[in-house]
Design a protein around this ligand. Structure first.
Ligand code: CP
Length: 303
């Protein structure tokens, strides 16, 4: 594996290797030997992903080079391609990129010689978010087989939904979507449930943010969204005793979930954020050929 761009580039064994390495690094943090620089190129806003990559890099002994779009030559019209090539020329050894384009990496593959990590590509994929979600589920249940996992909300605009649907199916979970009319996605061969059915059936309820910034017009009235399609306290009470609630965050409190449930005993939302640091350490360690990683587990489709 030269880059980490899609969950489809990683085998089931490769996913388990990332989860195992993340747990090992959590218990016993280790630094890479040698000097490395990481270019963190976030062309879209981010708090969790950007900061957890930053912390992961510092924990591994990698020096982060943060792009600040408002202060960079992007404001003079420099393209993402030229920005990335510039960071490589200056000395970046690895690049973490978030961009609104679904396939931002196409123009860089074969042009840059350093590993690329997809930190969110348009509506298409968010593979490192998927790895931290998988780690959170694995910590809770110790398996993916026989689990019913419902991804609920604005599926249509969600790169998290796409990455997780592919990865969870690969690992043997049963995946459903629960989306309001017009916000589903029929292209992924995933059955749709109502939010009421979803709450009663699931072991894991993965809620999604309503991505207002990707809607061309106001699709839903936020005040009625919660009662029609979100996680109310009444629906939470219908969930199985052991079922957990996840959300990639940021949360629109009071829209996709009642604000009182964000930090309830079922919620793993802040645990997900914590796990993000360790899976990102594991992925970067793998891409930089850290000796602690079992490289045989990873497939290598994109060279
Ligand atoms: N979950 C997630 O990607 O959050 P950020 O947009 O804050 O990085």
């Amino acid at each position: 594996m030269q880059h980490f761009l899609s969950v489809n580039d990683v085998s089931a064994d490769g996913i388990y290797a990332i989860l195992d390495t993340a747990e090992a690094l959590r218990k016993k943090p280790e630094s890479l030997t040698g000097q490395y620089f990481a270019a963190n190129l976030f062309f879209e806003p981010s708090t969790r992903t950007r900061m957890s990559f930053h912390v992961a890099e510092r924990k591994l002994g990698i020096d982060p080079l943060e792009l600040e779009p408002d202060l960079a030559s992007i404001v003079k019209g420099e393209s993402p391609y030229d920005t990335a090539r510039t960071y490589e020329a200056i000395g970046a050894d690895i690049m973490v990129v978030r961009h609104a384009n679904d396939h931002w990496y196409d123009e860089l593959l074969g042009k840059v010689s350093v590993p690329l990590i997809n930190a969110g590509s348009g509506k298409d994929e968010h593979p490192t978010q998927s790895m931290l979600d998988l780690l959170t589920i694995y910590q809770e249940f110790g398996r993916f087989n026989d689990l019913t996992i419902v991804i609920a909300g604005d599926i249509k605009h969600s790169r998290v939904a796409r990455s997780n649907a592919h990865a969870l199916k690969k690992l043997g979970a049963t995946v459903y979507f629960a989306a309001p009319p017009g916000l589903g996605d029929a292209s992924l061969a995933v059955s749709h449930l109502s939010i009421d059915e979803a709450c009663e059936m699931c072991d894991v309820l993965m809620l999604l943010r309503v991505q207002h910034e990707r809607h061309t017009a106001a699709v839903y009235d936020t005040s009625s969204y919660l009662s029609g399609y979100g996680l109310t306290t009444e629906r939470e009470r219908s969930m199985k005793e052991h079922a957990i609630i996840m959300h990639p965050a940021p949360v629109n409190r009071g829209v996709e979930m009642d604000t009182r449930l964000v930090e309830c005993s079922r919620s793993r939302i802040f645990k997900q954020m914590e796990n993000g640091v360790y899976v990102r350490m594991a992925i970067m360690a793998k891409l930089l050929n850290w000796r602690g990683v079992n490289h045989e587990h990873f497939t290598d489709k994109r060279q």
